[in-house]
Design a protein around this ligand. Structure first.
Ligand SMILES: [Cu+2]
Length: 221
């Protein structure tokens, strides 16, 4: 109630100030530069509140000019993924638990053979459904048997409060439940997990900077 009153007061004064429960998380690398495509997960102690927009239950991942697009797909556990090969040559997609920075032969994931797209015809998508069990892998590494340089990632967040950082390295969360929360950052090249950062959500907009201990490889564009 108090929070709602404060929000309407701010709006009435036209301050443009953010309402309660907002949190802006900036992810920077070891050198302090912004990091895009990092996943920020907020774990509020109050687990009953849900964000306005749920994480996607399905996602489409294109193979284009030897890249996975997007490089990082953020979804909910059990999401359905559709792989679309837009290149005229074949790809043989494979997955593995991410974390070692390389493929793990003993814990292989799915494998998809994707025919090259013929000119003038739509690509034939191949589908995969992620494990939806609680505690199922958060980050999955994607690669290609044929093209060793291809790398992509899927992040299935157990918390619905998750976002990918923008080109400016920021993720904004709105209407988080008041009270204690923990903030986690995942980035593909950060192989050593960063400690969870505690944060208390209040009526005042919050801001956090999370720093990686590495400088991630830049993706060619
Ligand atoms: Cu390939």
């Amino acid at each position: 109630m108090k929070k709602a009153l404060l929000c309407s007061a701010l709006l009435a004064f036209g301050t443009g100030a953010a309402c309660a429960g907002n949190l802006l998380v900036s992810v920077v690398d070891k050198d302090g530069k912004p990091v895009p495509d990092a996943v920020v997960v907020v774990l509020p102690a109050n687990k009953s509140a849900q964000p306005k927009t749920a994480l996607p239950a399905q996602a489409s991942i294109a193979q284009e000019k030897m890249q996975f697009i997007p490089a990082v797909s953020l979804v909910q556990p059990g999401a359905r993924l559709s792989f679309v090969n837009n290149d005229s040559w074949d790809h043989h997609v494979r997955s593995s638990p991410a974390g070692m920075g390389q493929f793990n032969a003993t814990q292989a994931g799915f494998e998809l053979r994707l025919e090259g797209k013929s000119a003038g015809k739509p690509a034939k998508p191949a589908e995969v459904t992620l494990d939806g069990k609680p505690g199922a892998l958060a980050a999955t590494l994607l690669g290609c048997f044929i093209h060793g340089s291809m790398r992509g990632y899927i992040y299935a967040s157990d918390s619905p409060w998750a976002g990918k950082t923008s080109a400016e390295g920021v993720a904004l969360f709105e209407d988080l439940p008041d009270g204690p929360a923990q903030v986690r950052v995942w980035q593909a090249d950060q192989l050593v997990d960063l400690p969870l950062q505690p944060h208390t959500v209040t009526a005042a907009p919050g801001q956090l900077v999370m720093q990686l201990s590495v400088v991630p490889r830049r993706r060619r564009s």
